[in-house]
Write a protein that binds this ligand. Structure first.
Ligand SMILES: Cc1cc2nc3c(=O)[nH]c(=O)nc-3n(C[C@H](O)[C@H](O)[C@H](O)COP(=O)(O)O)c2cc1C
Length: 321
């Protein structure tokens, strides 16, 4: 499973960042792959309200936010850590939130479903200096709409009041252990899933569709990844179109090599039908679906392969029950 964390305070060893680091360390120990983004030191412009995302489905601003969209799409859990600044998040986190309008547009204007959405959870970690009961209300309200826009369920708000100095959470008797406990509780259901790696040659069509359908139909019991033995530069645009016909959003995906999965040992490998070019990973059961390669064929052929893959994935889910 994959967790992306967004550090929202400039104070590297500050309170919210410390709680985030604790959460991610625990997640790593439990077996998650984690990636932490130092948002204040990234180049992320505020949203300009140009409307391009609503007209075209993507943000035209060429900065580090372009690296964050694919990570949001890849993540099972998105953790946002922020200090309370005037009852809201830090300006750097707010810039990320506003720029996520591009994902909101794909969901609500283009009516496209992100395959990972059913399993994705959003977590807020926040600290403030005062102790009032409304201290986190602004952040929680923003988080609710932010997580919905990026297709994540707002699962938990881990908050700590009375955190004045830079070291306050370290001195707090429960803050650090609470953060670890939250991580453990949230991760356990994810870690029980069976890991299935869908493999083909270029990871541009068949294996990408298979992983997407597995996330949609069986994400609660199967952790699906896809890869290729000789990855193409981009995913196939016709594949993207035929998946969009079914309302499935295949944006932000890049073909990957199976060697990118060194850290992730699957329980089952499903080959799409590329014969000898598929890698052999010792000790892992392999199934071959023997599907013809739709690359370079007609759009109707691609539709046929899409539907066949979906049927096979649904049967796979039944086998797992
Ligand atoms: C610009 C600014 C605005 C702040 N606004 C609030 C506030 O509205 N309420 C509050 O309780 N604390 C406020 N604080 C204090 C921080 O939320 C608090 O010190 C927090 O623990 C800092 O987190 P960090 O160590 O992760 O940066 C503010 C601090 C700054 C610098």
């Amino acid at each position: 499973m994959f967790i992306v964390g967004l550090k929202g305070s400039f104070r590297t060893r500050g309170n919210s960042n410390t709680l985030m680091a604790t959460f991610l360390e625990k997640a790593k120990i439990l077996g998650a792959d984690t990636h932490c983004l130092d948002i204040p030191n990234m180049d992320i412009s505020p949203c300009r309200g140009c409307g391009t995302c609503e007209r075209k489905g993507f943000c035209p601003i060429d900065d580090d936010m372009q690296k964050i969209y694919p990570l949001f799409r890849k993540a099972d859990i998105i953790v946002v850590a922020t200090p309370v600044y005037f009852y809201g998040p830090s300006a750097q986190i707010k810039a990320v939130i506003d720029r996520s309008q591009a994902l909101w547009s794909r969901k609500y204007i283009y009516k496209l479903t992100d395959p990972g959405m059913k399993q994705r959870k959003g977590i807020i970690i926040s600290t403030g200096a005062t102790k009032g009961k409304n201290l986190f209300q602004g952040i929680n309200l923003i988080a609710k709409y932010f997580f919905d826009g990026i297709s994540a369920e707002f699962a938990e708000s881990i908050t700590c009041r009375g955190m004045e100095g830079i070291d306050a959470v370290r001195k707090d008797p429960t803050a650090i252990s609470d953060s670890k406990e939250h991580a453990e509780k949230l991760l356990l259901p994810y870690l029980k899933r069976k890991k299935v790696l869908f493999l083909c040659r270029e990871n541009a069509c068949r294996s990408q569709m298979a992983a997407a359908f597995a996330k949609i139909h069986s994400g609660h019991i199967i952790e699906a990844e896809s890869a290729g033995s000789s990855p193409a530069k981009e995913v196939n645009p016709i594949m993207r179109d035929v998946m969009a016909e079914k309302g499935i959003d295949m944006a932000f995906l890049k073909p990957k090599s199976y060697s990118d999965f060194d850290y992730w040992r699957p329980d089952l490998i499903i080959q799409m039908g590329c014969g000898d070019t598929c890698p052999y990973l010792p000790g892992i059961p392999v199934e071959d679906w023997d599907l013809p390669d739709p690359a370079g064929r007609s759009i109707d052929f691609m539709r046929g392969i899409r539907d066949e893959i979906e049927e096979k994935v649904i049967l796979l889910q039944k086998d797992e029950k």
